[in-house]
Design a protein around this ligand. Structure first.
Ligand SMILES: [Zn+2]
Length: 455
């Protein structure tokens, strides 16, 4: 340091104290630099703990700080708030969020601390721009009802970026893999104390922290594990499937959170995302708006309006007492007269769970004797019309009932063979786990050899 100072003096250089700064990760070195005199007149240059570096925020202290990212998110919030009022259709708005707001607002999130309250505000602003204009709407379901290829939830975006940047780093610098595995191992050995706390350190700590927020873990051999889900191998999974697998995991966590939070989604657990996308893609702008209002719980029923003194609690079409929005969508005789699909009138709404009545399809169950969503009805309810039972996935004829019972026995055997729990695994993770177990058995012969990335 002294030699540098002498060298500057010898060549006649002047230290630009307004442009230079010094920094150190160690507290004592930081104090030394802060008190260091750079010339005979006692010139000092500022010593900082964090600063913007190559697009992200480099933080050298133990305190959480991601100011550069926070500033970007604040700008993105303003963009999302403006987007809400711009008269564009849903698809264009989704495209703007995907191509502009998320990349601009969360640039550098891979290696930077994310301010949770600002992120929450960004999530709400994007949800309001894409979802229905109702304070009652669940943003968790708004993000599920989008039609574009990617997930527009900022939480999902950050986790996806962190996972893919780790994969890219290792692909580009293979020697870093051992270092990464070692860091993960150290976090594990210390019971993740650094990553679990509110102050994770470095990109690996931030990734572990993000995964813990969705109930997943990162193993030292670069696999993401989550209870009830097939493992995601960050290194071996084909690149085109990696983002999809992460998005799916985040979406499932989001729906699980919504099902605890919202009464109309009680016990839904997991939504069939593909069916939802197909439904929403087939709707016109007006129908989509109505579907969004109903499925997100944003629609105001007569009962809700009565609570705030704006209604008598009776349906404006038929005059009957309307307890919730399901009266209009399923029970109202006047509305039913105008149905385009008259077959729906044959379905007894009392057999449908609340989430189905709100247009939210629960992921399909593995039980072929139950309804599509896994409800087993008492024998007296089976007296309903055959159309109703067939429509909700129940077996009607005695021949089909016997066949379903036999199939169920086979499924139970597969559950046992693959150590699966029928209570927690629906059809999607059921097939994924079987597939993963098969692949594991096939690759058992070459275990111990490090496979190259399939990219
Ligand atoms: Zn009515």
């Amino acid at each position: 340091m002294n030699l540098s100072r002498d060298f500057f003096a010898d060549i006649g250089a002047k230290i630009a104290d307004k442009k230079c700064f010094s920094f150190a990760a160690d507290g004592k070195t930081r104090d030394f630099l802060a008190n260091y005199r750079w010339d005979a007149e006692g010139l000092q240059i500022p010593t900082v703990c964090n600063f913007t570096d190559i697009g992200t925020h480099l933080n050298l202290s133990a305190a959480p700080n991601g100011k550069t990212l926070s500033d970007r998110m604040v700008k993105a919030i303003l963009m999302a708030k403006r987007l809400r009022w711009i008269p564009l259709n849903h698809k264009v708005k989704e495209h703007i969020v995907q191509a502009n707001i998320l990349p601009a607002g969360l640039y550098g999130a891979e290696a930077s601390w994310v301010n949770k309250s600002i992120l929450k505000a960004l999530r709400a602003a994007i949800g309001n721009a894409l979802g229905p204009r109702s304070a009652r709407a669940s943003n968790d379901i708004v993000f599920n009802n989008t039609t574009c290829s990617g997930d527009l939830d900022p939480d999902t975006y950050i986790l996806t970026q962190r996972v893919t940047s780790l994969r890219r780093t290792i692909a580009k610098y293979p020697a870093k893999r051992d270092k990464v595995c070692n860091i993960i191992k150290q976090y594990k050995d210390s019971n993740n104390t650094c990553a679990s706390s509110s102050n994770p350190c470095g990109p690996i700590g931030l990734l572990i922290n993000s995964l813990e927020q969705v109930g997943a873990q990162l193993t030292h051999d670069l696999k993401i594990t989550k209870e009830g889900e097939a493992d995601i191998d960050i290194w071996s999974l084909p690149w085109q499937h990696l983002k999809k697998a992460i998005s799916e995991m985040c979406a499932n966590h989001r729906v699980a959170h919504a099902s605890c939070d919202r009464s109309h989604l009680r016990e839904v657990g997991e939504i069939d995302g593909q069916i939802t996308k197909k439904i929403v893609n087939g709707l016109g702008p007006k129908e989509r708006c109505i579907y969004n209002h109903i499925s997100t719980g944003g629609a105001w029923s007569e009962s809700h309006l009565q609570d705030i003194g704006l209604s008598q609690g009776k349906c404006t079409h038929c005059g009957q007492v309307a307890e919730d929005i399901c009266h209009v969508t399923w029970h109202c005789p006047i509305v039913n007269k105008h149905r385009k699909i008259q077959d729906l009138q044959n379905v007894n709404p009392d057999l449908l769970p609340t989430y189905i009545k709100h247009g939210v399809p629960k992921a399909m169950s593995t039980d072929v004797e139950a309804t599509f969503w896994g409800d087993k009805h008492a024998p007296d309810s089976l007296q309903d019309s055959k159309e109703t039972l067939r429509a909700i996935g129940m077996q009607v004829t005695s021949q089909r009932k016997t066949l379903a019972s036999c199939k169920n026995q086979e499924i139970k055997e597969v559950h046992k063979q693959n150590n699966l729990n029928p209570g927690t695994h629906n059809a999607r993770p059921f097939f994924k786990k079987i597939e993963a177990n098969k692949q594991r058995a096939q690759s058992a012969g070459v275990r111990g050899q490090r496979k190259p990335s399939p990219t």
